[in-house]
Design a protein around this ligand. Structure first.
Ligand code: T5A
Length: 223
């Protein structure tokens, strides 16, 4: 790349149902925009018209059981479209991308929850992402029962939210394994605390992240 534009940061937000991703995505968006960061907010599955259609298919409650491989392939089909049409062009133009869920969710839900082999997910990840990963990931961590209660209070449940509690316990464990495997990338937030406390912790992390980004930028510019 010789355009001279420093690529934006790719940030993702992860966690089991009801941990507060949507609520805190809004907080992060406002925080970053207030300090002048050029930002694109998006989500997975979804983020383009085609990928949003696939999201609709994935989340819809239906009589026909969905084969786990069919689910996995739809998720990566949506991701290929989203990554290549939206995320990578934005990053290349210097815009930061804040994405509600990404491939960690696939390892957690289709790997941990549906028990698909990690090697199969890795193969698709390599094909679709070709080595591109989020720069930093905020994992909102909360016990499954509290998260599901929060999600239920919010209204109608989609196809994933109909799963048994043990499914979500497996999903949470798989997220925790992801953190262990890549502790530098993850920022783990205790989402059982009050929203104010959660958001001050997030703000502190964003302050550090921005300072690191600026200092890397200055060092890069001086070379
Ligand atoms: N999926 C996705 C896969 O299986 N594989 C994949 O690869 C990907 C990318 C849709 C589904 O797709 C699956 C996983 C998902 O099931 P989604 O819409 O992003 O993904 O997921 P949901 O988890 O369904 O999103 P939710 O909207 O249910 O949960 P949120 O966004 O985590 O929670 P939020 O912000 O709506 O908060 C829930 C309630 O809690 C309150 C909020 O006000 C709200 O009422 N709340 C708090 N209350 C007290 N204290 C706090 N700290 C609170 N924080 C929030």
């Amino acid at each position: 790349m010789t355009s001279g534009v420093r690529p934006g940061l790719f940030l993702t937000v992860e966690g089991v149902e009801g941990v507060g991703k949507t609520t805190n995505m809004m907080f992060i968006r406002e925080w970053l925009e207030a300090v002048g960061v050029p930002l694109l907010c998006t989500r997975e599955p979804g983020g383009t018209p085609l990928a949003e259609e696939l999201r609709g298919l994935l989340l819809a409650n239906r009589q026909e059981p969905v084969d786990p491989h069919a689910e996995l392939l739809m998720i990566f089909a949506a991701r290929a479209q989203h990554l290549n049409r939206v995320i990578l062009p934005a990053l290349a133009s210097g815009t930061w991308v804040l994405c509600d869920r990404f491939t960690d969710a696939t390892y957690a839900y289709q790997g941990g929850g549906r028990k698909l082999p990690v090697a199969v997910i890795e193969q698709l990840e390599n094909i679709v992402q070709q080595g591109r990963h989020p720069d930093r990931t905020l994992l909102l961590d909360l016990d499954v029962e509290t998260g599901l209660a929060r999600a239920r209070n919010r209204g109608g449940l989609d196809r994933f939210e109909q799963e048994q509690r043990s499914f979500f316990e497996d999903v949470r464990r798989a997220y925790q394994q992801r953190v262990k495997a890549d502790p530098e990338r993850f920022i783990v937030i205790d989402a059982s605390r009050s929203l104010d406390e959660v958001q001050s912790q997030i703000a502190a992390e964003l302050t550090k992240l921005l300072a690191d980004f600026k200092s890397a930028n200055e060092n890069g510019a001086g070379q």
